[in-house]
Design a protein around this ligand. Structure first.
Ligand code: GTP
Ligand code: MG
Length: 293
């Protein structure tokens, strides 16, 4: 990821031309299948596309890579398609940095669309929405209760709800559940009422309509000028993540130094001689004053 950071630094001055489509959702809901089908539609419409599958839970790129490769096989020889899987756990800055750096490079390489798939665990759904120009939340029938329960945060950041596996029973009920949650809260995002689209990604059904939704959302952001607001918020998110990363690595460096004051601080905390919060403040002060930021 350090290489990625360096590489991304080199392309930063260039204007952004690509449109970032984030796809998130629970494991197995069909995100990779949607990405694959969407790639086919985007190619049919004459655009190039890069697909990044990010696995926030795995430090290895083994299994996910293989799975995604297999499913994306129909685009394997197409020079207008670029496909990569990456793992973000244990890497510098996690998902937000990994994806925004990778997306920046894809942009510089001239891809018109960049699809970023992340499995919805922990904070990753919010992260992906903060990085993407359009955030797709994929769900499948039978997950209605899950929506009611814990997904409020994610519901708020989705621009398009994709009800995939609409060939399974319960798609109508799920759509109704989503609608009721949307109506209960402040649903509009950047002046856009999230659309709800049913798909059977495995047979490409509904995917062309899904792309039309993506285009309509894009036109909305462009014509209202709200894209500028969104991009600024993306930058704000990114710079905060970067700052956190700088602090984290400065702390690591501080702790690893041979003359580190950390063991002495820890001894005092262990002996109840120092409040841990005060210790943390002292640590932060020392780190920031000494750090080569
Ligand atoms: N019946 C049905 N099956 C589907 C549909 N879309 C995908 N599948 C199947 O669902 C399974 C999971 O699909 P994936 O695309 O790998 O799902 P994913 O969300 O990317 O999974 P993770 O990346 O592991 O979280 C595969 O066996 C797909 O063939 C659909 O619309 N209908
Ligand atoms: Mg997948």
């Amino acid at each position: 990821m350090d290489d990625l950071r360096e590489l991304a630094g080199g392309v930063r001055a260039k204007a952004r031309n690509s449109w970032r489509i984030g796809i998130t959702g629970p494991p197995g809901v069909g995100k990779s299948t949607i990405a694959d089908a969407l790639t086919a539609v985007i190619r049919e419409r004459g655009h190039t596309v890069a697909v990044l599958a990010v696995d926030p839970s795995s430090p290895f790129s083994g299994g996910a890579l293989l799975g995604d490769r297999i499913r994306m096989d129909r685009h394997g020889t197409d020079p207008g398609v670029f496909i990569r899987s990456m793992a973000s756990r244990g890497h510098m800055g996690g998902l937000a940095l990994a994806t925004s750096h990778a997306a920046l490079i894809m942009d510089a390489a001239g891809f018109e669309y960049v699809i970023i798939e992340t499995v919805g665990v922990g904070q990753s759904e919010i992260e992906i929405a903060a990085t993407a120009d359009v955030a797709l939340l994929a769900l499948a029938p039978g997950m209605g209760d899950q929506i009611q329960a814990a997904k409020a945060g994610v519901m708020e950041v989705a621009d398009i709800f994709v009800i995939n596996k609409a060939d399974h029973e319960g798609a109508g009920r799920l759509a109704a559940d989503i609608r009721s949650v949307l109506h209960a809260g402040r649903a509009e995002r950047y002046g856009w009422m999230p659309s709800i689209r049913r798909t059977v990604a495995a047979t490409d059904e509904g995917i062309a309509d899904l792309f039309d939704d993506i285009v309509a959302h894009r036109e909305h952001l462009s014509s209202t000028g709200l894209i500028e607001v969104r991009r600024r918020e993306q930058s704000e998110h990114l710079v905060r993540e970067l700052a956190l990363e700088l602090v984290r690595s400065a702390i690591d460096k501080f702790a690893a130094a041979p003359d580190s004051a950390l063991p002495a601080l820890a001894d005092r905390i262990a002996a109840n001689d120092l409040d841990p919060w005060l210790g943390a403040r002292l640590l932060l002060q020392s780190v920031v004053s000494q750090a080569d930021l």
